[in-house]
Design a protein around this ligand. Structure first.
Ligand code: FAD
Length: 431
């Protein structure tokens, strides 16, 4: 039987092709440590790995298997910069801070490659990303973005594509144009999860799967985290639960980081003319919708296609049907394509689409809300947390300084209000 995660739907192609992976134990008994990390995605695992490498005594607990949240199941697109374009961030936080955040994101990109290389993790990196425009009126913004990135941010890797070039590179005339970024790429996210867990364990972190934190509280100046079979007593804690958190465990993060469910389908390997026509340059692609569609030809020439349906409780078969329909809009030749794997996960978003980094109670830091842009940022942010614990707070402070407000509506109305807002944006995408 394929593994079925208790927290995210479907069986991913990444899981199906991961081969043997180590299982980590359930925490059974109490622990005393310097840092307890809750959440075994990129953020938590990277924090644990870097803390352990620095000699810090760290315990990490994950309620399911590592990567069962967003980190092992995502689109693998690294992107460039933060989720919001720096020129848009400038309006809110000024040029200097937008530049600092852009530099952090470039550091994150380098970190991804260095970490993988240093620790011998094959992350399946492929270069190139196309960001394509589904409404003609967005074209001028994309053209301007390429100019701004080169002239103001010293990033020369983004070039504007007209309609003909876009059609050739995508293998479809569905889009009006876009930009091509040769300074980034895409990865196999589950391989990074598995590799990071290994690095954490090899460096002495005590890491546990199928171990859920049920309570975080303070006893004097210590942080105490309860689980079903043991209590962890630490100097400090990192809450890295992202979209999988709940208000009972930690209400501040839950008020600021909200889940949107996103689904991916992998086709059977493409063959013949379609294999050659689709994305001949091997880039990953994201489009200009608010409810982004993201896809790439990957692995054994499958199309991995992601789209977002925010709040459905679809079962995997429905995911496949839905994804096939979205594929056929762009590639009508694939309207009958077989979807071999279909799965989903929850993306953690914040109101301004900026990461949430905050001390939520003394000694307890929460990190998350990368808003669909966390493949490269979350792993690096875990490292920045480790850096801060071991004495250098400077880079993490840039994220802490972001003024991310809570979603409106209070505990009872937050989710329905978000649902309404997102339905509205999804509708605008179609107009
Ligand atoms: C389908 C999908 C596609 C995506 N595509 C992209 C993309 O192409 N590019 C991109 O940049 N970003 C993408 N993202 C977002 C990206 O995956 C995330 O930003 C990133 O993985 C966040 O990592 P994280 O460690 O913060 O959170 P997660 O990976 O979600 O990890 C949080 C972990 O906390 C655990 N947890 C929660 N509560 C508890 C508890 N009480 N006790 C113990 N453990 C707990 C959860 O089980 C989970 O494993 C996508 C996300 C999804 C879901």
């Amino acid at each position: 039987m394929p593994y079925q995660s208790p927290i995210s739907p479907g069986y991913s192609w990444y899981e199906a092709t991961a081969g043997e992976r180590p299982e980590y134990p359930v925490l059974d008994g109490d622990r005393v440590c310097d840092v307890v990390v809750i959440g075994g995605g990129f953020t938590g695992l990277s924090a644990a790995a870097h803390l352990a490498k620095a000699g810090v005594n760290v315990v990490l607990i994950e309620q399911a298997r590592f990567g069962d949240g967003a980190s092992g199941r995502n689109g693998g697109q690294m992107g460039t910069g933060q989720r919001a374009w720096p020129e848009d961030q400038e309006e809110e936080i000024g040029r200097e801070r937008a530049q600092a955040l852009f530099s952090i994101a470039e550091d994150a990109k380098r970190h991804m490659h260095d970490f993988a290389e240093t620790h011998g993790i094959d992350i399946g990196y492929r270069p190139g990303q196309l960001s394509v425009v589904h409404k003609k009126r967005y074209l001028k913004d994309y053209r301007k973005h390429a100019e701004v990135m080169a002239e103001r941010y010293g990033y020369p890797h983004i070039s504007f594509m007209d309609r003909a070039e876009t059609a050739q590179r995508v293998g479809s005339s569905f889009f009006h144009g876009g930009v091509r970024d040769t300074g980034t790429g895409h990865i196999n996210p589950l391989k990074l999860v598995i590799g990071t867990a290994r690095v954490a364990a090899e460096n002495g972190a005590q890491i546990f799967e199928n171990t859920k934190a049920t309570r975080i509280h303070k006893v004097g100046d210590r942080v105490v985290v309860a689980t079903e079979k043991g209590v962890i007593n630490a100097d400090r804690a990192l809450v890295a639960v992202n979209a999988y958190g709940d208000a009972k465990l930690e209400p501040v993060s839950a008020a600021h980081v909200m889940p949107i469910r996103s689904f991916i389908g992998a086709t059977e390997p493409l063959t013949g003319a379609m294999k050659d026509k689709l994305i001949p340059g091997g880039e990953s692609i994201d489009d200009s919708r608010f409810v982004v569609r993201y896809f790439r030809k990957y692995g054994d020439d499958r199309l991995l296609f992601g789209g977002r349906e925010a709040y459905t409780a679809d079962n995997p078969r429905d995911i496949a049907r839905h994804i096939r329909k979205q594929i056929a809009e762009i590639y009508p030749e694939l309207s009958d394509v077989e979807i071999s794997h279909a799965w989903g996960g929850s993306v953690g978003i914040t109101m301004p689409r900026e990461p949430f980094a905050r001390e939520v109670m003394p000694g307890v830091t929460s990190l998350g809300g990368f808003s669909g842009h966390g493949v490269m940022l979350s792993h690096f942010t875990g490292r920045l947390y480790a850096e801060a614990v071991t004495g250098d707070n400077a880079r993490l402070q840039h994220l802490r300084d972001l003024k991310v407000p809570a979603f409106p509506g209070g505990r009872s109305f937050r989710k329905p209000m978000l649902t309404l807002a997102l339905t509205w944006y999804a509708m605008l995408d179609r107009l």
